[in-house]
Design a protein around this ligand. Structure first.
Ligand code: CAA
Length: 310
C-alpha cells in the first residue's frame, strides 16, 4: 500500500451517494485507518451507514472481498452529525484529520459555508478537497480561511493553498476515474498528496484546469442537454434517444437514463454554471430540464425523471 499520501484520517462531508462511495473506497481500497463521515441530517447518517454496510455485504456475497476485509473496512468507519463533531474527533487522542473531502449538494453558498467552517475548525495543514463537478475550485478555495484569521495574515494567505478539487464519478466504487483540479491557490505538495490518495483508492487520475465543468462535464453535460433538446423538439422518443446511444455507440446507458442516474437537479446546476460563466449560448440549459427540476422530478433519487423508479 502506497503511503505517499500520508493520510491516516480522512473526513467526508455529505453522506449521499457520492460521499458514501468516497467513504467506501477510502476505507476498503485505500485502507485509510479512520474514515469519518459527516452529515447534518440524522436520517441521512442512518441511510448512509446502512448503504455502506449493504455494499460490503454485497461484495462479500459476490466473493470480491472476504468477511474479514469487510469487517476491517466497517471498523474504519465513524459517522457524525456535524463539522464540529468531525473536528472533535481529533481531540480524542487519535491524531489530526489529514484530509476532508466535501461531497455536499452542488451549490456554491453551501460549499462556501462548509469550507469556511472546515477552515475554522481544522488545522492549517488539513487538505480540504471539494467533489464539485463544475463550480470554480478557486472560489471555493478562497473560502478555506479561518474566521479567526486577519485579512492579509499568514493564516489567511496559507489557508487556500491546502484546497483543491477531487472529482469522483458515480457509482464511485465502480468508476475508475478521479479528476484532479488544482485551484489557482493550491500548493504543489497538496496536489501531489491528493493524487496519491486517489490512486490508493484504486483510481486513475486525470488533471483539468479550473474551468467551468472541468474536462468531464464540459463534454458530458452538453451531450446530455442536447439529448433533452432532442426529446423537447420531438425528434425521437426517450427510449429511441437512449437506444441510439446505447446500441449505436456502445454507451453503458443512454443520455436520458444517465441524466436520471446523476440527478436532473445536478445536471441543471452544471449547465447553469457552464452557461453563466462562459456566456456561450451553446451551453443554454434545455427548458424541459429546468421544468422537470421545477416539478421536483430529479430522476432516480426522487422516483421520477425521464423514467419512473417507483
Ligand atoms: N454502488 C456500487 N456498485 C454499484 C452501484 C452502486 N451505486 N451500481 C452498480 N454497481 C455495481 C454492481 O454491483 C455491479 O458489480 P459487479 O460487476 O461486481 O456485479 C456493476 O456495478 C455493474 O452493475 P449492474 O450489472 O447492475 O449494471 P450495469 O452493468 O448496467 O452497470 C453502471 C451499471 C456501472 C452504473 C453502468 O451502467 C455505467 O457505467 N453507467 C454509466 C455511469 C456513468 O457514466 N457515470 C458517470 C456519471 S457522471 C458523474 O458521476 C460526475 C458528474 O460530475 C455528474
Amino acid at each position: 500500500m502506497s503511503l505517499k499520501h500520508g493520510i491516516k484520517t480522512v473526513g467526508v462531508v455529505g453522506m449521499g451517494q457520492m460521499g458514501m462511495g468516497i467513504g467506501y473506497v477510502s476505507a476498503l481500497k485505500a485502507q485509510i485507518p479512520r474514515v469519518i463521515m459527516c452529515d447534518a441530517s440524522p436520517a441521512q447518517v442512518t441511510k448512509g451507514v446502512s448503504f455502506f454496510e449493504g455494499l460490503l455485504a454485497k461484495d462479500v456475497k459476490k466473493g470480491k472481498i472476504s468477511q474479514e476485509q469487510a469487517d476491517a473496512a466497517r471498523a474504519r468507519l465513524t459517522a457524525v452529525g456535524s463539522i464540529e463533531e468531525l473536528a472533535a474527533c481529533q481531540q480524542e487522542g487519535a491524531g489530526s484529520i489529514d484530509m476532508v473531502i466535501e461531497a455536499a449538494t452542488e451549490s456554491l453558498p453551501i460549499k462556501l459555508k462548509i469550507f469556511g467552517s472546515l477552515a475554522t475548525q481544522l488545522p492549517l495543514d488539513t487538505i480540504l478537497a471539494t467533489n464539485t463537478s463544475s463550480i470554480s475550485v478557486s472560489k471555493i478555495a478562497a473560502a478555506a480561511v479561518s474566521e479567526r484569521a486577519e485579512k492579509g495574515s499568514r493564516e489567511a494567505w496559507e489557508g487556500p493553498k491546502r484546497a483543491l478539487g477531487l472529482h469522483f464519478f458515480n457509482p464511485v466504487p465502480v468508476m475508475s476515474l478521479v479528476e484532479l483540479i488544482p485551484a489557482l491557490q493550491t500548493s504543489e505538495s497538496v496536489t501531489a498528496r491528493a493524487r496519491a490518495f486517489a490512486e490508493a483508492c484504486g483510481k486513475t487520475v486525470t488533471t483539468s484546469q479550473d474551468v467551468p465543468g472541468f474536462v468531464s462535464n464540459r463534454l458530458l453535460m452538453p451531450f446530455i442537454n442536447e439529448a433533452v433538446m432532442c426529446l423537447e423538439q420531438g425528434i425521437a422518443s426517450k427510449e429511441d434517444i437512449d437506444t441510439t446511444l446505447k446500441l449505436g455507440m456502445n454507451h453503458p446507458m443512454g443520455p436520458l437514463v444517465l441524466a436520471d442516474f446523476i440527478g436532473l437537479d445536478t445536471c441543471l446546476a452544471i449547465m447553469e454554471t457552464l452557461y453563466r460563466e462562459t456566456a456561450d449560448s451553446k451551453y443554454r440549459p434545455a427548458v424541459l430540464l429546468g421544468r422537470m427540476v421545477d416539478a421536483g422530478w430529479y430522476g432516480k433519487k426522487s422516483g421520477k425523471g425521464f423514467y419512473d423508479y417507483t
